[in-house]
Design a protein. Structure first.
Ligand code: S3P
Length: 452
């Protein structure tokens, strides 16, 4: 698990014949991070199958190894011997999280109550992202923080001798902030409380319960959730099977909708209701997506999805849906580029602080490829062209800047499959952070995309 530096690799996608096939996308990124963290912390053995082997998740594995967890691969399984709750070791060197906000912010919470120093670093994208949202609650717990201007990386944390639990109301819709506070509560005596006015993905709560933590979740009449965790309990190793990532499935799914004649089945996709906003939105746009064999696996809802090329119509996507599809807006904007009429997406302020400013990156990339769109502070509107005529890059110089953002890279490669002209991006190497083998998998269903 040695860290790697990755040079930029330009790529191009071109108008493709119908996409056909049956595929299983890699494991869910959110669940994979948490499985390595809690497995690394729990006493005894944790076995994980289906783990996403993307760079982001591997960096989390390296960080847990640096703090005492033993992690090895045995065939398709990852086997972890955890340290036991409260028993992480001080890492000897700084922890490099590469591109991953989730790995970095959740592990900030995990180590916060320990009376040792931990230094957090990352790539250019992660180093430009705000860490104050996690550092603020940690400071309230008495953690000493040193950070670059604007609470950016590198960040160094040192926990207090006697950490005190906090009650924290998360000021923005962020599963990462909620999770960081809960993970900090694990090695803090007493009751840590997190109040989330806008519900976000609940994998941390579900997995903590599975590992044996004393955790309670209460949903108020207004939909706000109060989560209470009793610290310093025992966590015990588990067997986990990670389902397919709906945020990765989104790319072949939208590709199949916009390339005429396509018919694709995606197996074993996570259908946790905090993650299905894109499917609902696409169905409202007229997408033919059949949800087959809905079932529960490893405590999560999963299903197979059959998707056929569809005539899409523009819709208004309400702001209240943003948390349940936050990583899917770039590819939704691509679907909207081929829909009849206008699609308006609101409540997108969080997109400005992702791996890139995704609102700006999408608006610029779409305009560069001939799409009529407008960008506001926290909204994007796209007026589509169903036949893709005139869309794509008219000159080889029109190259989308992916800004170290894997989802921007994949979204524009998907777009190129249905445009009259090719779509070019400046880098496909970054895709490996979340979807290793993306281009080969897409080639396998007939998509014409390649490195240049
Ligand atoms: C994630 C939460 C989301 C999401 C990210 C993964 C997680 O971030 O964008 O890709 O695993 O908790 P925020 O919590 O910042 O919205």
């Amino acid at each position: 698990m040695a860290p790697a530096t990755v040079p930029l690799r330009p790529a191009k996608a071109t108008k493709s014949p119908a996409l056909k096939g049956d595929l299983a996308v890699p494991g869910d990124k959110s669940i994979s991070h948490r499985a390595l963290m809690l497995g690394g912390l729990a006493a005894g053995e944790t076995r994980i199958t289906g783990l996403l082997e993307g760079e982001d998740v591997l960096n989390t594995g390296r960080a847990m190894q640096a703090m005492g967890a033993a992690i090895r691969k045995d065939g398709d399984s990852f086997i972890i011997d955890g340290t036991g709750n409260g028993c992480l070791l001080a890492p000897e060197a700084s922890l490099d999280f590469g591109n991953s906000g989730t790995g970095c912010r959740l592990i900030m919470g995990l180590v916060a109550p320990y009376d040792f120093e931990t230094v957090f670093t990352g790539d250019a994208s992660l180093s430009s992202r705000p860490m104050g949202r996690v550092l603020e609650p940690l400071r309230l717990m008495g953690v000493q923080v040193s950070a670059e201007a604007g609470d950016r990386l590198p960040v160094s944390l040192r926990g207090p001798r006697a950490p005190a639990p906090i009650s924290y109301r998360v000021p923005m819709a962020s599963a990462q902030v909620k999770s960081a506070v809960l993970l900090a509560g694990l090695n803090t005596p007493g009751l840590t409380t997190v109040i989330e006015p806008l519900p976000t993905r609940d994998h941390t709560e579900n997995m903590l319960r599975g590992f044996g933590a004393a955790i309670e979740v209460e949903t108020g009449a207004d939909g706000a959730r109060t989560i209470r965790l009793e610290g310093r309990g025992r966590l015990t190793g588990q067997a986990l099977d990670v389902p397919g990532d709906p945020s990765s499935a989104a790319f072949p799914l939208v590709a199949a909708l916009i390339v005429p004649g396509s018919d694709l089945t995606l197996r074993n996709v996570l259908m946790n209701p905090t993650r299905t906003g894109l499917i609902l939105t696409l169905q409202e746009m007229g997408a033919d997506i059949e949800i087959l064999d809905p079932r529960t696996a490893g405590g999560e809802q999963v299903a197979d999805l059959r998707v056929r090329a569809s005539e899409l119509s523009g819709v208004h996507v309400p702001a209240g849906r943003a948390a349940s599809m936050i990583d899917e807006y770039p590819v939704l904007a691509v679907a909207a580029s081929f829909a009849r009429g206008e699609t308006v997406m609101r409540g997108l302020s969080e997109l400005r602080v992702k791996e890139s400013d995704r609102l700006a990156a999408m608006a610029r990339g779409l305009a560069l490829n001939g799409v009529d769109c407008s960008e506001g502070d926290d909204w994007l509107s796209v007026r589509g062209r169903p036949d893709g005529k005139g869309l794509g890059a008219v000159s080889p110089e029109a190259v989308v800047a992916t800004r170290l953002d894997h989802r921007i890279a994949m979204s524009f490669l998907v777009m190129g499959l249905a445009c009259e002209n090719p779509v070019r991006i400046d880098d496909c190497a970054i895709i490996g952070t979340s979807f290793p083998g993306f281009m080969a998998m897409m080639n396998g269903i007939g998509a014409e995309m390649a490195e240049q």
